[in-house]
Design a protein around this ligand. Sequence first.
Ligand code: 5GP
Ligand code: MN
Length: 327
Amino acid sequence: MSNSADIQRIVEAIRTRQRFVLSSHARPDGDSIGSQLAMAYALRAIGKHAHLVNKDPAPGPILAFPGVPEIEISDRVTGDFDAAIVMECGDLTRTGVTGLERFFVINIDHHPGNSGYGQINWFDASAAACGEMVFDLVKAMGVPLTLEIATHVYLAILTDTGSFHYSGITPRTFEICREVVEAGVNPVMVARNVYDSNNMGRLKLFGAVLSAMQIDRSGRIAIVYLDHEMARAAGGTYEDTEGLINLPLTVKEILAVVFFKQIEGDEYRVSMRSKGEIDIGAVAKEFGGGGHKNAAGCTVKGSIDTLQKQFLELIEGAIDGRPVSRR
Ligand code: 5GP
Ligand code: MN
């Protein structure tokens, strides 16, 4: 595989440098945090300095994982580093952090359409999680799988595969999971921390949003919506909606979900999920966003009724296997 050449270049770039800043995407998730921290622990294991900077704090349940509270939350990197390692970002702007471009940038990502913004670009769309790539890199660095590193690799894979639901899972995914569990990871504890550590406001918010859910004419697409007023009324926050989008897919007939979250006025964050071969990433791309086949997103502006119609049309196309494009 071409991966090994990229990995060797990165190992060499790390060997000849001392101070690293690590960043990942805004509104972090399990894969971005897991990849970042596994990498940080590996760097420290070989005597390197690793500082972590993200635009936004980790979701509540993920704060319980080792090292997460030490991540600096800022939209700007200050200080001097020999290199920036950016993970899980198709483009450098996805970090929401400025100043990274001042350094030698090592770009490690698994999102289709990565713009190749680094001095070294290692891109592998076949990885089910960026954490799988980090696992290979850590091995190539000669670092033993400590419990911290193993835990973060597992966190990345568990969350980015939607608890082993999404396409992109390969025998290798389980091979890595086998190794990290052998290294001491307790899958029950990780799952409990990630999925069973929520507050009551979140559950109430789920109830409110799901009660208002709409289904398209064909009965295959769920449309969910949230604005600030609904969140306030339910006693939850926008952060509490993490994972909500996956619930409509638990209904057999539902093949895709689109979730509109009002940012302000007529601006909306859109998240989408789909089952199997339905390429929701292509839909997101049409609206200036991106993502994977089964999980994607974008930010859009417009009247909510018009937006819903536009998205439904394209998602229907994706389900029926028609080329996805806006006329
Ligand atoms: P989520 O729905 O969880 O916000 O995003 C799901 C996936 O879609 C993310 O892992 C990311 O790959 C992708 N994604 C979400 N929003 C955007 C966006 O605005 N731009 C791009 N390029 N990708 C996005
Ligand atoms: Mn990922």
